[in-house]
Design a protein around this ligand. Structure first.
Ligand SMILES: Cc1ncc(COP(=O)(O)O)c(C=O)c1O
Length: 381
């Protein structure tokens, strides 16, 4: 940022240094909130943002109203609202409020647990999953061990179980998985969790659970109540459409909750507006149903369109689709889409011929579908 811009931001547009008086004195910066001085939030006009698994149908109207009210009290640290959110989550899941840990997105609790576990041994995961938080632990000296996938790009639970030895402190499964979008069968995963948790802690990241056909069947939360050493992470970033408001949570035994809380700031890290939005959205089943139906409509559209042009989309139970581009390079594909103002994800590790597209607004997904044949023609030319 050049100094003129930074000074303008600091002083709020019209104000001048001379008018502000000495630094540290009471400076009236009301003009700082004028739109001219604010950065843009969200995608720029004309851009189809399909690269981060967000839900553009959020925040819901009640969430927006709750945020406005909470922002008015933004001078104060969170208090009653976090207690209310934890109580709501605890009640729905049949656990005690003390078994719910909140953080800024589920990334917070996932990172704290990864760091905690990696002090006791390695973290075992499939070759491809949302491993951003485990990488934070690796940066601090932790180790990740990966098992090969099944032939159909799924998570190989047998291979994972066979790989658990005394050096493994935690197994991490993302279900449905990101970036594949694929879902493990609920009963198969339950059986795995029951036996694996006798050997080490099992973390199931259920960020996209609400988007699956049968969320209750697919959730591992009941295993925690049965006393298995299982922890479940959830988020308000996906179906609730609150990615930017940063609210996620973990459900765990009191001991595992204590482990997580040792590394995080707990309630102190939460923000008023985010918590208010989460409280207002949690039981808004009408909004959730609308979001889900739009996402499924978009997903069907992408599945059909990619198949029609000869590509192979994986079966997804999430708000994104992982598409096999055959022998085409996923980074070049991303660049050609970006040139048409359609933003999608680039390459994941060794998966150089796979491309992930998120379900944004229907009109934006239609732009992806429309661009598809032209981009492929260019790449095949
Ligand atoms: C599987 C999975 N877990 C967790 C997250 C973290 O999201 P958040 O920190 O917004 O809850 C993501 C984000 O994309 C994800 O894909």
């Amino acid at each position: 940022m050049n100094s003129a811009v930074s000074r303008r931001l600091f002083l709020g547009g019209g104000a001048t240094l001379a008018g502000a008086g000495a630094l540290g004195a009471s400076v009236h910066v009301a003009a700082a909130s004028s739109p001219a001085t604010l950065p843009s939030f969200g995608p720029k006009a004309g851009v189809a943002k399909l690269n981060a698994n967000e839900n553009p149908y959020g925040p819901s109207k009640p969430a927006l109203e709750a945020m406005a009210a909470a922002s008015g009290q933004g001078a104060y640290y969170v208090g009653e609202s976090v207690g209310m959110l934890k109580a709501m989550i605890a009640e729905r899941n049949g656990v005690a409020p003390e078994q719910v840990s909140l953080s800024a997105g589920s990334s917070g609790v996932l990172t704290y647990l990864a760091v905690a576990a990696s002090k006791q041994g390695s973290i075992l995961g499939p070759d491809l999953f949302w491993d951003t938080t485990v990488k934070k632990a690796v940066q601090q000296g932790g180790e990740i061990v990966r098992t090969a996938r099944t032939a159909d790009m799924g998570i190989d639970l047998d291979a994972m179980y066979a790989a658990i030895d005394d050096s493994v402190a935690m197994v991490q499964i993302t279900n449905p998985n990101n970036p594949t979008g694929m879902l493990l069968d609920g009963d198969a995963l339950r059986a795995f969790c029951r036996k694996a948790s006798k050997k080490c802690l099992v973390l199931v990241d259920e960020a996209y659970n609400e988007l699956t056909e049968d969320p209750e069947y697919n959730s591992m939360v009941p295993l925690i109540k049965e006393g298995h050493d299982v922890v479940v992470a959830r988020t308000f970033s996906k179906i609730y459409g609150l990615a930017g408001m940063r609210v996620g949570y973990m459900i765990a035994s009191p001991e595992n909750t204590e482990l997580v809380n040792r590394f995080g700031l707990g309630d102190y890290a939460m923000n008023q507006a985010g918590v208010a939005a989460a409280v207002a959205s949690y039981n808004d089943f009408g909004f959730l149903a609308i979001s889900k139906s739009k996402i499924i409509e978009a997903r069907d559209m992408v599945t059909q369109a990619t198949t029609e042009v000869g590509l192979t989309p994986l079966p997804s139970q999430t708000n994104f689709v992982f598409v096999n581009l055959g022998d085409l390079d996923a980074e070049i594909f991303r660049q050609k889409m970006a040139a048409r103002n359609v933003l999608i994800r680039g390459i994941y590790g060794d998966y150089t011929h796979w491309s992930r597209v998120s379900m944004g607004r229907l009109e934006d997904v239609k732009r992806y579908v429309k661009a598809l044949p032209a981009v492929l023609d260019e790449m095949n030319a």
